[in-house]
Design a protein around this ligand. Structure first.
Ligand SMILES: *Cc1c(COP(=O)(O)O)cnc(C)c1O
Length: 387
């Protein structure tokens, strides 16, 4: 066993790239005294809507909140079934449950690792109201097929774009296909605000409803309430939540978004280097992106099949950590978690492709912050264990 580490310091998985522009903007917010929801949130929403080319963008406290409010604005509730993927973060499924609806899992395609439209079709019942695809790892889902299914059955489409800020499918931007597109700005994502999220919608009424729901069900934004043109009364018109984004968070997001394309280009380079360097190893590599789509390159995931690689997935994770390389797992399939098995009676084997991927997958570091030397260290560490 090779005990020499490939590097002396630990390479943190998903480390954010924080530049001076963000630091100065946060300090300016602190000095201004305006920390909560205010002009910087409004600017971040406008910038994001412009980047995506959509009419309305509403900033919220997380993607989980974005999904929850999207579903409420879509009118989903008890008795409604929402079809989603088993290869996702628990937040996707939890948001469906929080909205009062029932999640239904449709297995993924083993190559693209995205929800398989044929499986979606097979799960449709008279209670199905919505499809909630996740553009896994940043690769856009087969939106033509999903849109056709949605149209044929009169279903709402809500896209989980937590991995997919930069993704496009046949010239159309991820998050603009469905009725709602939901984004995450959690620290490991492609654009970060620490914690944060965004809902895109083409509907002005839905955007207005989401704003109200995100702030206690109140009709007037708090920052307008306290602005210098006089006190304004607000009215609570329905039961809302505390899901608003702060200016302190938007201060980070504004400058992150300004670098989104440069950071995408850097991750594209790293992705290509991994593909070249790891192609001869006995491991599974990500599917080649479709020619007419744009991959957001959020996660670089490899598959460690013990029979082929000569090491089990969990031992490989430990080996990488021992080499000072931080790694991730995206994801154990949803039915691996006891809560969902107990609540919905799901079995892991019922979505076999997601199960197999979840038990073999490893995410390698893909932050724009990585230096060429860091990338070389990751490659050397992988090679030392599976060559
Ligand atoms: C990160 C993530 C979420 C949740 O995002 P938060 O902003 O942390 O709530 C939802 N879905 C997917 C696929 C994610 O990766």
């Amino acid at each position: 066993m090779n005990l020499r580490k490939v590097r002396d310091d630990f390479l943190v998985f998903g480390a954010p790239q924080i530049n001076n522009a963000e630091i100065e903007e946060v300090i300016a917010s602190l000095k201004s005294g305006w920390l909560g929801t205010g002009p910087k949130v409004a600017r971040f929403e406008a910038d994001f809507a412009a980047y995506k080319g959509t009419a309305h963008a509403v900033a919220v406290s997380s993607c989980t909140a974005a999904l929850h409010l999207g579903m409420l604005a879509a009118g989903l509730g008890p008795g409604d079934e929402v079809i989603t993927t088993p290869l996702t973060f628990s937040a996707t499924v939890n948001a469906i449950i929080h909205a009062g609806a029932t999640p239904v899992l449709a297995d993924v395609d083993p190559i693209t690792q995205n929800i398989d439209p044929a499986m979606v079709e097979s799960k449709i019942t008279e209670r199905t109201r919505a499809i909630l695809p996740v553009h896994f790892a940043g690769r856009p889902c087969d939106m033509d097929s999903l849109a056709k299914i949605a149209e044929r059955h009169g279903l709402i489409m809500i896209e989980d774009c937590a991995h997919a800020v930069e993704a496009e499918y046949k010239g159309r931007k991820a998050g603009t296909f469905g009725d709602f597109g939901c984004f995450s700005f959690y620290v490991t994502k492609n654009v970060i605000t620490g914690e944060g999220g965004m809902v895109l919608t083409g509907s002005e009424d839905a955007a207005e409803r989401i704003k109200i729901l995100a702030l206690h069900g109140m009709t007037k934004d708090a920052w307008k309430r306290f602005s210098d043109d006089g006190y304004r009364h607000y009215q609570v018109v329905e039961l809302g939540f505390k899901y608003n984004m702060m200016d302190l968070q938007a201060a980070i997001g504004i400058h992150q978004l300004a670098r989104v394309e440069a950071n995408w280009a850097r991750r594209t380079e790293i992705w290509k280097r991994y593909m070249d360097a790891l192609s001869t190893l006995p491991i599974g590599l990500p599917a080649v992106p479709e020619a007419d789509s744009r991959h957001a390159y959020h996660l670089f995931t490899i598959l460690i099949d013990e029979g082929r690689a000569g090491i089990g997935r969990d031992d490989f994770l430990d080996a990488m950590t021992a080499q000072n390389i931080g790694v991730g797992v995206h994801y154990l399939s949803i039915p691996e978690h006891p809560f969902y098995r107990e609540r919905f009676g799901w079995r892991v084997e019922d979505t076999p492709h997601a199960m197999a991927i979840g038990r073999q997958t490893v995410s390698l570091p893909l932050s724009p912050k990585l230096t060429d030397e860091d990338v070389g260290d990751v490659i050397e560490a992988v090679r030392s264990r599976v060559a």
